[in-house]
Design a protein around this ligand. Structure first.
Ligand SMILES: *Cc1c(COP(=O)(O)O)cnc(C)c1O
Length: 301
């Protein structure tokens, strides 16, 4: 990931969701106020949890487009914010945002759960990057937190933070304040080795681009399904698609499952279908899905 030397990598528990609390607890020290980009399901979860600890300012949202386009600014960034939070890939909506407005000296915090290790990132743009492991890293429950060192400073003396959520205390103890989730970390290491064998992040990015493009092309060509996310923001990892004739969806999912294509139903909050094509999904898996979609269409038009 080309993580600069002035960052620490922490192994934590509680998945990405516990970071919704850990971030405000560790970073809100001065103003107890933070800006959030509301781009869909996961950013809303992060905002809801942060409200317990800080004054949450909704900086921007994409509600007008049904969370299918870049968020529109609702108010400007100001200096009274301890941090600004974004979600570069909205896993459920299938929206991926490739750039963020300048946050000046305010640390930008990113929930990268579903996009970490899928492509290179300029880590130096972020104060904190966190990710639940279960998409591109390893087993659920483990979270990886990449923190810029100057943001750690002093938080250990802060008695208000549960010790196991305290970034400084964890950094000091090399993430071993208590028994770490050893098996999850062991498996993550095997995945890191595998990723290096594939050629690393820049090589897997090429594969991910190829996988996503053949699937989006198939959706574009289809007369049965569509994806209405703004084309430049379509997620490479999570590809939702919706049947024009919703009655066909159940038939489709049933025969897909019979053909070994599993877990294609969309998230319960979104409906439709969704193919999550994380690093671990081989090209052959996406090709099989495209083939299957085409055959289904032949039999149903
Ligand atoms: C999966 C996911 C989460 C939740 O992760 P948990 O480890 O289950 O808490 C949070 N944010 C994003 C963007 C996700 O994709």
């Amino acid at each position: 990931m080309s993580i600069p030397k002035n960052y620490r990598v922490l192994f934590m528990q509680g998945g990405a969701s516990l970071q919704f609390s850990a971030v405000p607890l560790n970073l809100a020290k001065q103003h107890f106020r933070a800006g959030y980009f509301n781009t869909g399901y996961w950013s809303q979860k992060a905002m809801a949890e942060a409200k317990t600890y800080v004054d949450v300012v909704e900086l921007a949202n994409s509600a007008a487009s049904g969370f299918k386009s870049f968020p529109q600014m609702l108010q400007p960034i100001d200096e009274q914010m301890d941090y600004i939070h974004c979600t570069p890939n909205e896993t459920i909506g299938g929206v991926e945002l490739y750039d963020w407005p300048d946050t000046f000296s305010i640390p930008l915090v990113a929930d990268m759960s579903s996009t970490i290790l899928s492509r290179p990132f300029d880590v130096s743009r972020f104060g904190v990057i966190y990710a639940g492991a279960q998409k591109n890293i390893g087993p659920a429950g483990l979270a990886i937190v990449i923190v810029r060192e100057d943001l750690l400073a002093g938080s250990e003396v802060d008695a208000d933070i549960p010790k196991l959520l305290n970034y400084q205390a964890l950094a000091n103890a090399n993430s071993m304040l208590n028994t770490p989730p050893t098996f999850a970390i062991y498996l993550a290491n095997l995945v890191f080795d595998w990723l290096i064998e594939q050629g690393g992040v820049s090589a897997i990015e090429k594969m991910n681009l190829l996988k996503a493009s053949i699937l989006y092309d198939a959706i574009e060509e289809s007369t049965l399904v569509n994806n209405d996310i703004e084309p430049g923001l379509r997620s490479r990892m999570n590809v939702p698609f919706f049947f024009h004739d919703t009655d066909l969806q159940n038939d489709y999912l049933k025969q897909a499952e019979e053909n070994g294509l599993l877990n294609l139903n969309g998230h319960r909050s979104a409906g439709g279908c969704r193919a999550s094509i994380y690093n671990a999904m081989p090209l052959e898996g996406v090709e099989a899905l495209v083939q299957n979609l085409k055959e289904f269409e032949k039999n149903h038009v």
